[in-house]
Design a protein around this ligand. Structure first.
Ligand code: GDG
Length: 731
């Protein structure tokens, strides 16, 4: 059976309009996304879920729309006018849109908007969940639906979810300001794969995930609740052929003719934007005015054709912007223009496809100068439209995602009027060979990395993740394997149970002294220990005093300080050949490290010293570890020490002592016909390697390991321990 893909976006690729006599009309809106998705592997069975762009409250009407849309594999989510006002125009467009584009002065902080955003995301979830079985691929789009991945994940823990953000992800310093930052992050992190247009957006997201939610990444991979989340860059392309070879017959209008006539006696600079403060429209007009002022030789020879598409006109800032743009255009035209020449041809409306491609094709220069823009497809479409005549220059803002790919454009800073003025002159004076050379380079890239490539790459990576997930699952100590383990446990006459403490039986905490064992753990350990066939060993990096204090009363054996001390037959023994004369020298070094790194601290044990940096920024911690290791390398060579890097801790101790060596004390004493060893840290790998092949060695987490099995987290370990105590009772 073919794989099902469920695409979810705020808007469906069709819009419904209701006429005055209540007739429903469907307009297809074939955006880039629809084209890209239509080219996905045909064996994928696609459905698309989204809002059809009109409030429909009548249930009969809803049903008839549902039936109509189902024929095209579309599923409507019906939003009320209030949802549109508070969720879409409110939280999406007055909170997330300005904030993510660094216009924080326009961010509206409203709990009412937020509540509605949550409710609307839930409406999408409620519409999608009944369509799912759990084995589908789900692909959620954009900033309106940041909470949706988590909502779907809660209903289907193993389903494959992708998420793509079409707008910038802001720097952590900006993102952190949002009062709802945790929930927004957690929502998106419900996905298996998260895609951005550029590396910078990805980098900002990873930084926010770490600083706000504590998730560390490894080459863009995060571990969230035992799942791997892949964060990556997928720059969106365009339907190249559509713009390179547009359908000439399509909607020929008078305006097409006017544009053609205008281009005969003018050099045209064009721009096409939605009216939005992110697009840098006033700055562009000002730069054009400055160009006209300083370059009178271009008067009457150059015009700026500005297509400004009306948008979000109910919002104050957009109305203000409209006034500003109107005024600026009027000012430029009255200052420089005359009866024979209007420097700025300003159209406040959308144009049809034919008009758009005619403009692209005939323009000498395109000025795409947003203050911030996720990608900007207009820039790419302009370049594609030059496929046939190879004439034209692109001036592109460095703040548009597209500037990472269109390196042959004249890249400008959209706030710097002088820079833009220089760019206009450079563009108008660029010789034809140079224009062609640059265009061809950019066209090559756009042809290859088109929208089909984008959609296919995203999907293929998501499918790869499913395959990877399945391999990991094969190593999981799942219920079937656990049954075998219990069976072996039942049959065994002598059992060795080796348990790490932190990160295995107890979750980490910023303060290591706060990780005292809880009642439930003490009870389980006591039950396991009191079973006569069992030998329980708690094998930890902690010092023996702490272990004694917290767990000593139970009576289990211990291996402390990563094998420096062992407690067997109620007797603590030190590993042979240990020295501590090196400690003052290393301690001084670490003290210096702490002075320069507030928040880090030293833990001194009898034969080792540890430097903990769990409370500080990971990057700073790692930088310090690197510096410190250089000095220490010198020391360790002379002092026969070893450096163990644990989870945000570096430990220095005598060489030749580790948890694995320590465990031989028990292994060599008697034969065990059942052995289980569980640990999360790479210091536990020594234990796993020391074990005979029949032992159940279990790594907590999904990192690379020599253990035979994985469990996902502390909760899973404790569940397993709990079950072992029950087997105890049966025996
Ligand atoms: C987001 C991000 C990111 C515009 N006016 C007319 C018209 N258009 C077409 C263009 C282009 C599309 O609309 C606009 O694409 P953008 O990329 O500029 O921006 P958005 O789609 O608003 O928004 C953006 C994008 O998502 C994709 O991820 O690039 O950064 O903000 O295709 O040609 N088309 C016609 N008449 C118009 O008047 N026919």
């Amino acid at each position: 059976m073919s794989q099902q893909l469920v695409i979810v976006s705020n808007r469906l690729p069709v819009t419904i309009k209701k006429t005055a006599d209540k007739e429903l009309i469907y307009y297809p809106s074939a955006g880039g996304l629809a084209t890209g998705l239509s080219s996905l592997d045909p064996s994928l069975n696609k459905i698309w879920v989204g809002w059809p762009g009109q409030e429909i409250s009548d249930e009969w009407e809803q049903e008839s729309i549902r039936t109509d849309l189902a024929k095209s594999n579309l599923v409507p989510v019906f939003l009320t006018d209030q949802d549109i006002e508070l969720y879409y125009e409110g939280f999406s467009n007055k909170t997330l849109w300005p904030h993510f584009h660094y216009f924080t002065q326009y961010t509206t902080y409203s709990d009412e908007y937020w509540d509605s955003y949550k409710k609307a995301n839930q409406k999408f979830a409620d519409a999608i969940i009944p369509l799912l079985k759990g084995d589908e691929l789900v692909w959620v789009h954009d900033y309106q639906l940041m909470l949706l991945p988590k909502m779907i994940r809660e209903a289907f823990p193993n389903i494959s979810i992708g998420y793509f953000l079409h707008i910038p992800f802001p720097s952590y310093e900006i993102f952190r300001v949002l009062p709802w930052r945790e929930e927004l992050l957690a929502g998106v992190l419900g996905s298996d794969q998260i895609g951005f247009h550029t590396f910078n957006y990805m980098r900002h997201f990873l930084s926010a995930a770490y600083r706000i939610a504590g998730y560390e990444h490894n080459f863009g991979k995060l571990k969230v609740d035992g799942r791997i989340v892949n964060v990556d860059v997928f720059p969106m392309g365009i339907d190249y052929e559509k713009y390179a070879f547009p359908d000439e017959e399509e909607s020929q209008t008078d305006d097409v003719f006017f544009i053609q006539r205008l281009a005969q006696n003018q050099r045209l600079i064009i721009c096409v934007d939605r009216l939005d403060y992110t697009k840098g429209i006033p700055q562009r007009i000002k730069a054009f005015a400055q160009f006209l002022k300083n370059n009178p030789q271009y008067h009457r020879k150059v015009s700026l054709v500005m297509i400004v598409v009306p948008s979000r006109s109910g919002v104050d800032q957009y109305q203000d912007l409209k006034h500003t743009v109107d005024e600026l255009c009027g000012e430029v035209n009255s200052t420089f223009g005359g009866f024979d020449w209007t420097p700025i041809k300003y159209l406040y409306r959308s144009v049809n496809f034919r008009e758009l491609t005619t403009l692209y094709e005939l323009a000498d220069v395109a000025m795409i100068t947003p203050i911030r823009d996720g990608m900007n497809l207009v820039a790419k479409e302009f370049i594609a439209s030059k496929e046939r005549n190879k004439r034209g220059v692109l001036i592109l803002s460095e703040m548009a995602g597209a500037s990472n790919e269109l390196l042959e454009a004249i890249i400008i800073n959209p706030i710097d009027l002088n820079d833009m003025e220089r760019a206009i002159v450079q563009a108008l004076e660029m010789d034809e060979d140079e224009q062609e050379r640059r265009l061809v380079e950019m066209q090559k890239k756009l042809k290859k990395y088109n929208v089909r490539h984008w959609a296919n790459t995203f999907m293929n990576e998501q499918i790869k993740l499913i395959n990877k997930k399945n391999t990991i699952r094969t190593n999981l100590l799942d219920e079937k394997e656990q049954e075998k383990l219990f069976e072996a446990y039942r049959k065994a006459k002598s059992r060795l149970i080796v348990l790490d403490y932190d990160g295995t039986m107890m979750n980490f905490h910023v303060d290591p002294q706060a990780v005292t064992p809880d009642e439930a753990l003490l009870k389980m350990l006591t039950q396991l220990h009191q079973e006569p066939k069992n030998q329980v060993v708690i094998s930890s990096g902690r010092d023996r005093a702490t272990l004694e204090k917290w767990l000593g009363h139970i009576g289990t054996d211990f291996s402390a300080e990563h094998g420096v001390w062992t407690k067997r037959h109620n007797n603590w023994q030190k590993a042979l050949g240990l020295r501590d004369s090196w400690k003052p020298e290393v301690y001084a070094l670490l003290e210096n490290l702490v002075e320069r790194t507030p928040g880090s601290f030293i833990e001194e044990k009898q034969y080792s010293i540890a430097w903990h940096y769990r409370n500080i920024d990971r990057d700073l911690g790692e930088k310090r570890v690197r510096e410190f290791k250089d000095v220490l390398l010198y020391l360790t060579a002379n002092l026969d020490l070893q450096v163990l890097e644990g989870h945000k801790v570096v430990e220095i101790k005598n060489a030749g002592v580790n948890k694995g060596k320590a465990i031989y004390n028990w292994l060599s004493e008697q034969e065990y016909d059942f052995i289980i060893a569980i640990g999360d840290d790479h210091t536990d790998e020594d234990t796993f390697r020391a074990m005979p092949s029949h032992a159940y060695t279990i790594k907590v987490g999904l990192d690379k390991t020599d253990a035979r099995f994985n469990l996902l987290n502390v909760e899973d370990v404790r569940n397993l321990m709990q079950k072992l105590t029950l087997v105890n009772n049966e025996a």
